[in-house]
Design a protein around this ligand. Structure first.
Ligand SMILES: *Cc1c(COP(=O)(O)O)cnc(C)c1O
Length: 371
């Protein structure tokens, strides 16, 4: 018997994720992009994001950008470095690999330091690289590697990047607002995230929080028109909240509501505590059922967990279908050399969801043993 409407299910994926009804309801209204009420909504979102990043409006600014998270990463990497600059990418997952792809595509000079995908980049190795490579102007890394669930130590890397006087860029797509990130205190110059991750909005735009001085210095460097970060910023500033091209109005309204709900929950501290508790219970419960996690506990982030298939001949598809029938959708793995699947625990989920998911997995394991 179905316990759930087959057309609705909760997402155990790291974005899009399950949003509240009140967030989705904001999308029932059509809004005018150049209307003052709408522009002030955009400005409130920009200012609110600075608060979440723990930075001041004098020193930092927010640039919203149409598109999914990758559009934000591509906007930054194709807009900031000049023709003579060089970016160092710290690679330990698919999303840092994607940064290299973007830099290749735009013919931006770069180098990469590779680390095993279940280990965090070593700050001392970054310091040594920067000492030997004076041509490096920017360092770019991912905070929460959604590929594996690993949480990188951005603070330690940032410290050595700042000590070496370089620009620090962080893709905090799946961690921003799900983990406390004191952007200025950590020495981050540019941080990127999107609407449909830990702030729990719906997809449609991403955002870049950047030091004003870094943006100012990048004028004229953009390699595309639509992803030009500097122009996008200048349009918001000149016309107080006017988007440069068509604005994702419904998504922005939903996001403004999601920010309100984040505050009502108790801010990032409370949300982070909820995610950590859900993640810890899920990981512990799954391990008890015999599912082994890919990331060691000390590097496991609170967003998503990668599990190995429990046995040879295990069918992800069957498990996916059974869970979906019960109202939850899970995520396939993203490792190329090992058979894994992933369970995200961000979004509008509670401990009762996690307990239910564990019951469902227990049933699946029991049926397999009996078969
Ligand atoms: C979600 C995500 C992105 C962006 O992916 P899109 O599919 O473009 O939204 C980038 N980096 C990380 C770490 C992510 O989790």
């Amino acid at each position: 018997m179905l316990t759930q409407d087959p057309n609705t299910y909760k997402l155990l994926t790291p974005g899009p994720l399950t949003t509240t009804l009140t967030v989705r309801e904001q999308m029932l209204v059509d809004r005018c992009t150049w209307d003052d009420d709408y522009k002030s909504m955009t400005e409130a979102v920009r200012a609110g994001l600075l608060k979440l990043a723990q930075v001041s409006a004098d020193e930092y600014t927010t640039v919203l950008m149409q598109g999914s998270g990758t559009f934000g990463v591509e906007s930054v990497l194709s807009s900031l470095p000049s023709a003579t600059d060089s970016v160092l990418v710290l690679v330990n997952g698919a999303y840092s690999e994607r940064m290299c792809k973007i830099l290749d595509r735009h013919r931006v000079n770069y180098a990469r330091l590779d680390f095993p995908w279940n280990e965090i980049p070593d700050a001392a190795a970054v310091a040594a690289f920067l000492k030997e490579h004076p041509e490096t102007t920017h360092v770019s890394m991912v905070h929460s590697e959604t590929t594996t669930g690993l949480l990188n130590d951005v603070e330690a890397v940032s410290r050595v990047v700042k000590a070496a006087g370089r620009i620090m860029i962080v893709d905090a797509m799946s961690s921003f607002a799900g983990v406390e990130i004191p952007v200025k205190a950590w020495g981050i110059d540019v941080i990127i995230s999107s609407a449909n991750k830990c702030i729990q909005g719906v997809p449609g735009f991403c955002f870049v929080i950047a030091k004003r001085s870094v943006l100012e210095a990048s004028r004229g460097n953009a390699r595309t028109l639509s992803l030009d970060l500097y122009d996008q910023w200048k349009t918001f500033e000149a016309d107080r909240g006017k988007w440069r091209f068509t604005s994702p109005t419904h998504t922005v309204a939903a996001f403004a509501q999601a920010m309100k709900e984040l505050e009502e929950e108790g801010g990032i501290a409370a949300r982070s505590a909820r995610y950590r508790a859900l993640n810890a219970r899920l990981r512990e419960g799954m391990e008890r059922l015999g599912f082994r996690a890919y990331i060691a506990p000390d590097h496991q982030g609170p967003i998503i967990t990668t599990f190995f298939y429990p046995s040879e001949g295990f069918s992800f598809r069957d498990m996916y279908d059974e869970l979906k029938r019960e109202g939850y959708v899970i995520y396939p793995g993203k490792l190329t050399d090992q058979e894994t699947f992933r369970l995200g625990n961000i979004g509008d989920l509670s401990m009762s969801d996690v307990e239910r998911i564990l019951e469902l997995f227990e049933r699946i394991v029991r049926c397999r043993r009996a078969a």
